[in-house]
Design a protein around this ligand. Structure first.
Ligand code: HEM
Length: 472
């Protein structure tokens, strides 16, 4: 019997001890884009971890579809489990099917019109506070919209103060978590100020969610939100009253953390990138404005408008092709296995990158070009199956994909109805922020221009308290 070949080509430029960590942190997107030229399967070294990056699209698909062999795990998930717990997004294969069965009804399409009301209300509330001619921190604004929307659709009945406190803690956790993922667990013991902030935010967020769960259980009312759905969820394959037939408080809390993380950061960042791209492509922005002027009745997009907001939707889809919020996914092999004709030992960290796949010239014509029309019905057929991995694929595909597309489309249309955002001079080039679970723009400041005839608050009659960082 020949001995298994476990050797893979290693990405060039590894430093002693640090491996590729500095290259990765300095410009992770460039680093990822450089790997397909090295091979279909490439080993990288990130601090203490060796990971196998899968570059070939057909191998990426195989890994995503075989979630028993390539289970959730690897550096992203192992450390995110420490604060996300064992929710749907992080749980291993053995727990997944039961959780997915129980949670799926909360994301039924029939519930979207109700969630859509919150989406447009929050979009309107935040953008109503904008002042014409001011410079805004775009990501802060879009994150506020998505955070408030998520909080309202998950627990509409929770007091505003609790929702706000949770929102602030989430921002702290998100900032801290990516760095922690790249560091060995024993460094957690070092009490840096960032670590203390992270620990406080973690403890408080758990307490806040526990309190909301207790309040919901006590009042027993169906509030028509995700929390009510989770508390009522019943596993159809288990006898009523049997162990595991309902989600425990701890399981509900983990799901809530998963939803909060999975939705807020992703949608907020996708919207920020969309506004940046529209600022750089005025002709596409004009077509967006023409569409919303024709479709929307009073400047706010409704669920019923969605089928006619085709250009808006294509802009959202194309934005997330260029900048998929879930830019990195990781898995771990549960058994010795084979991939692309190579043997892979059990316990290997496998890295997949929707970002890398979306930028391949063999899958997309002119891949660096922002071209929303590639998603028009007559052209979309040319895009190969599973070339678009913004929401993943297979059994672990995003449960909130329709929710996310609904929110991003409605919010973008509502913004475009009244505002155009332009880059401030010399700031048209925007880089991706490293150290983040979701891919977002770094320092994206744009000026608000009220669209002719659409009103927009003038500086002198603006509301005094802005939603977020509205900078003069
Ligand atoms: C633009 C927005 C979003 C993007 C880009 C996105 C992306 C993704 C991706 C790529 C995955 C698969 C991860 C993997 O295979 O490792 C995923 C899973 C998941 N997403 Fe989303 N997501 C978005 C919005 C949402 C929303 C709004 C929710 C819920 C409110 C949500 C909840 C989840 C959950 C629970 C999973 C795990 C599903 C499972 O393993 O069965 N996501 N998401």
């Amino acid at each position: 019997m020949t001995q298994a070949d476990y050797s893979f080509v290693t990405a060039p430029g590894a430093l002693p001890l640090l491996g590729h960590t500095l290259r990765f942190l300095r410009d992770p997107l460039r680093f990822l884009r450089s790997l397909p030229a090295v091979g279909d399967l490439v080993t990288i070294r990130l601090g203490p971890f060796d990971a196998l990056v899968v570059c070939a699209p057909e191998l990426t698909r195989r890994v995503l579809l075989d979630d028993r062999t390539f289970d959730k795990g690897g550096f992203l998930f192992d450390r995110s489990r420490e604060f996300l717990g064992n929710g749907l997004g992080t749980c291993p294969h053995k727990d997944h099917r039961r959780q997915r069965r129980m949670i799926q009804p909360a994301f039924h399409r029939g519930r979207l019109p109700g969630y859509a009301q919150e989406m447009r209300a929050q979009a309107r509330a935040v953008t109503d506070a904008w002042q014409a001619g001011r410079t805004i921190d775009v990501l802060a604004e879009t994150t506020t919209i998505s955070l408030r929307t998520t909080a309202a659709t998950i627990f509409s009945a929770a007091p505003a103060a609790l929702r706000e406190s949770l929102a602030a803690d989430l921002v702290t956790l998100e900032e801290g978590v990516f760095r922690r993922m790249l560091l060995p667990p024993h460094t957690d013991a070092i009490p840096t100020p960032g670590k203390r902030r992270y620990d406080r935010a973690y403890t408080r967020s758990q307490q806040t969610i526990n309190r909301i769960i207790a309040d919901y259980r006590a009042d027993g009312i169906d509030h028509g939100d995700l929390m009510s759905m989770l508390l009522a969820a019943q596993d159809d394959l288990a006898a009523p009253g049997a162990e595991g037939a309902r989600l425990s408080d701890e399981e509900v809390r983990d799901q809530v953390m998963s939803f909060l993380f999975a939705s807020t950061d992703t949608i907020g960042k996708a919207l920020a990138w969309a506004l940046h791209l529209l600022g750089r492509h005025p002709r596409i922005a004009e077509r967006l404005h023409a569409e919303v002027d024709e479709v929307l009745t009073d400047g706010v997009a409704t669920f019923e408008d969605l089928p006619r907001l085709e250009m808006t939707r294509n802009i959202v889809t194309e934005t997330m092709r260029l900048y998929p919020p879930g830019w990195l996914l990781t898995r771990t092999t549960t058994v010795d296995t084979e991939l692309g004709g190579r043997q892979i030992p059990a316990g290997t960290d496998v890295v997949l990158s929707p970002y890398q796949i979306h930028h391949r010239a063999d899958l997309y014509t002119d891949p660096e070009n922002f071209d929303p029309d590639r998603w028009a019905p007559e052209r979309v057929k040319a895009i190969p199956r599973d070339a678009y991995l913004t929401f993943g694929t297979g059994a672990r595909k995003c449960i909130g994909d329709a929710y996310a597309m609904t929110e991003a489309t409605l919010v973008l249309a509502t913004i475009a109805a009244r505002w155009r955002l332009e880059h401030t001079s010399g700031r048209r080039r925007v880089r991706a922020a490293p150290y983040a679970l979701a891919l977002g723009p770094k320092e994206l400041y744009m000026r608000t221009v009220a669209r002719a005839g659409q009103g927009g608050t003038k500086p002198q009659d603006a509301a005094p308290a802005q939603a977020t960082a509205n900078r003069a």
